[in-house]
Structures are given as C-alpha cells and as structure tokens.
Design a protein around this ligand. Structure first.
Ligand code: HEC
Length: 163
C-alpha cells in the first residue's frame, strides 16, 4: 500500500469504530417524535370531528366531506411510522424524553396487535373515502362508524386512559 492511502485509512477506521459504538445514544429526537405524532393524531382527530358533523347532516357543506375523508385516509396510512421503539415508554425516558406521551408500553410488547390496529384504521379510512367518493349516502354512516371503532380499538389497548 502506498503511503498516501495509508494516511487516510487510519482516521477512516477510527471514525467507523466510533460510529459503530454510537447506537447507545438515541439517534432520533425523542421529544420531536412524540410531539410530531401527537400533532398528527390531533390533525386526524380534527378531520374526523369535522366529518362527523357533516355525516350527521348538521352542516350544509357536504362538498367538503371528501377533503376530510382524504386527509384522514392519508394520515391513517402514516400511523405505522409514528411509533418508533425509542419513543415508547419506558424507552422514551431512557432516551431523554422530557415531554409526556400517552403511548403505552404495550405498543412495544404486542407489535403484531398494534400493527393490526393500525391496519384496521387504514382499511376503515380507505373504505370511508370510497363511500364518500361513490356518493353512497346509505353506506356513509356505517363506513364512518367503522372508522370511529378503529380509532377506539387502538386507543383502548395502546393509549393511556383519558380522563
Ligand atoms: C394503531 C393505533 C392508533 C390508531 C389506529 C389511532 N390512534 Fe390516535 N393515538 C394513538 C396513541 C398511542 C396516542 C397517544 C400518542 C402520544 O401521546 O404519544 C394517540 C393519540 C390521539 C389523539 C391525542 C393527540 C394529542 O396528544 O393531543 C387524538 C386526538 C387521536 N389519537 C385521534 C385518533 C383518531 C381520530 C383516530 C382514528 C381515525 C386514531 N387516533 C387512530 C394510537 C392510535
């Protein structure tokens, strides 16, 4: 090996070793991730709450229902990405979280059930959007109810009880 290459090789090796030792420190901003998902969930709640008033026929703005159904569908599809292990208690605290989260440890303990709960919300919001786009007034209340049940189904098992 010529001298020029050897000069680069050592510092590169040292850097690689340092990086390999790093994962003990969280690689995400835990507070940021928790706040982000809470805001995303709030947005989801906002669209579902608005859709609820339209589905009940209380507001003469039915042409806006598709907007809320689409947003809810798009947001529901992001749920599986919002709960990295580092941001779930007690890992979150180990990783220096200073903001509180209502996410439960059960998310990490029962990953399959959690994944299914997220999939239920994806399927329910997909079906709701389809019913809205088809202008299917018969189907609408039932499809919307299924969305609400999917939200509750996950919150019941994976979110701290709300007073
Ligand atoms: C797969 C699980 C899951 C599904 C499905 C789900 N949520 Fe959540 N949601 C959570 C968890 C966990 C939290 C607590 C997040 C935290 O505090 O870090 C939460 C928090 C919330 C919050 C409170 C946000 C805040 O901190 O202000 C609202 C509002 C909300 N969800 C609405 C909904 C609605 C509406 C739906 C259905 C369309 C839904 N969620 C579907 C798991 C879920």
């Amino acid at each position: 090996m010529d001298k020029g290459r050897a000069k680069w090789l050592l510092p590169t090796l040292a850097l690689t070793t340092a990086l390999a030792a790093a994962p003990l420190v969280a690689e995400i901003n835990v507070d940021g991730v928790i706040k982000y998902r809470q805001n995303v969930m709030k947005a989801l709640g906002g669209h579902i709450g608005a859709a609820d008033r339209l589905v009940r026929g209380q507001v003469p703005l039915m042409d806006q229902l598709e907007l809320h159904a689409k947003a809810a569908r798009d947001i529901a599809h992001t749920i599986p990405t919002l709960f990295p292990a580092e941001s779930i208690p007690p890992e979150a605290e180990f990783n220096g979280a200073t903001v509180s989260t209502d996410a439960l440890k059960s998310i990490a303990d029962k990953p399959q059930a959690f994944k299914q709960a997220a999939q239920d919300a994806i399927d329910a919001t997909d079906a709701f959007l389809k019913a809205v786009q088809a202008g299917d007034k018969q189907e609408l209340p039932a499809a919307f109810k299924r969305v609400g049940e999917a939200c509750k189904g996950c919150h019941k098992d994976f979110r701290k009880d709300q007073e």
